[in-house]
Design a binder for this molecule. Structure first.
Ligand code: MLT
Length: 264
């Protein structure tokens, strides 16, 4: 079922009375990146996915986005659907949104799953990369930016062995509005560092990281997980930055174990 909340396209699967899991996707993707998780978890949970403002089928508006707006959007989805302490699951940019949401409104959630993400804000080199990406898109090179960026997100093994699946993801990502893509880049460049909130996370947390993730590598995610009091770190061997797409069976099994061990 599809619903529009504050201009966001929200997708619902499973029984509304079941415990909810809200999945927040990464950049430059859309809700579809969680297809394998929704297929599995909607058997027992109420799965909520949505397209982040500016991406997929959601509103683009003026493209002037901030991380705070993205957290406001997530909160609106939770409130409007009257979700009772859902589990929050975010990948990369979705993880930045989730971490800031936990810093602001932790009491609205009962569990946290962080996939291939980090709590650090962009450093100067990172901000300059965002600026270069915006310049490239402004010069009319949107498709090449997406092509190169998405390639970096996946392990070499996945791009070669799953060539059809990989091409589908690239083409789907290219359909995003350039204004929305630039808005997300600006929001990520301007986000705050959420490292200070890690030690204050008081809900069970699962941290999933691909061993070949070049954007949020194990060397960054493992120390981050150690700062979270009830955090469990899981390494997915051979996967890149997009663990839920690259190794869905393993990721689903880790999530299942986490949910059951914590009675979520
Ligand atoms: C993502 O997958 O959401 C992006 O890699 C995040 C980023 O560019 O920092």
């Amino acid at each position: 079922m599809e619903k529009t909340i504050s201009g966001l396209s929200v997708f619902l699967s499973g029984k509304q009375e079941s415990k909810a899991i809200v999945f927040v996707h990464g950049f430059p993707f859309d809700h579809f990146m969680w297809a394998e998780q929704v297929a599995e978890f909607s058997k027992e949970y109420f799965c909520v996915t949505y397209d982040i403002r500016g991406l997929g089928e959601s509103v683009v508006g003026d493209g002037q986005f901030t991380m705070e707006m993205f957290v406001d959007d997530l909160e609106k989805v939770v409130d409007e659907l009257k979700l009772d302490k859902p589990v929050l699951c975010g990948l990369s940019m979705g993880g930045y949104i989730s971490l800031r949401a936990i810093e602001r409104i932790q009491n609205k959630f009962s569990g946290l799953i962080l996939c291939d993400t980090k709590s650090d804000a962009d450093d100067n080199a990172g901000k300059l990369k965002r600026a270069a990406a915006i310049k490239q898109i402004n010069s009319g090179d949107h498709n090449n930016f997406i092509e190169t960026f998405v390639q970096i997100c996946f392990s070499e093994k996945f791009t070669k062995e799953s060539n059809v699946g990989f091409r589908e993801i690239v083409e789907r990502s290219k359909k995003n509005n350039p204004k929305g893509i630039k808005g997300c880049l600006l929001a990520m460049a301007g986000r705050t560092d959420t490292t200070g909130c890690l030690s204050k996370i008081n809900i069970p947390t699962l941290i999933i990281c691909g061993s070949e993730d070049k954007l949020s590598p194990p060397s960054v995610m493992k120390p981050m997980s150690e700062k979270i009091p009830n955090g469990r770190f899981v390494l997915i061997e051979g996967a890149g930055h997009m663990t839920p797409i690259e190794e869905p069976m393993q990721v689903n099994s880790e999530i299942k174990k986490f949910l059951s061990e914590n009675k979520l």
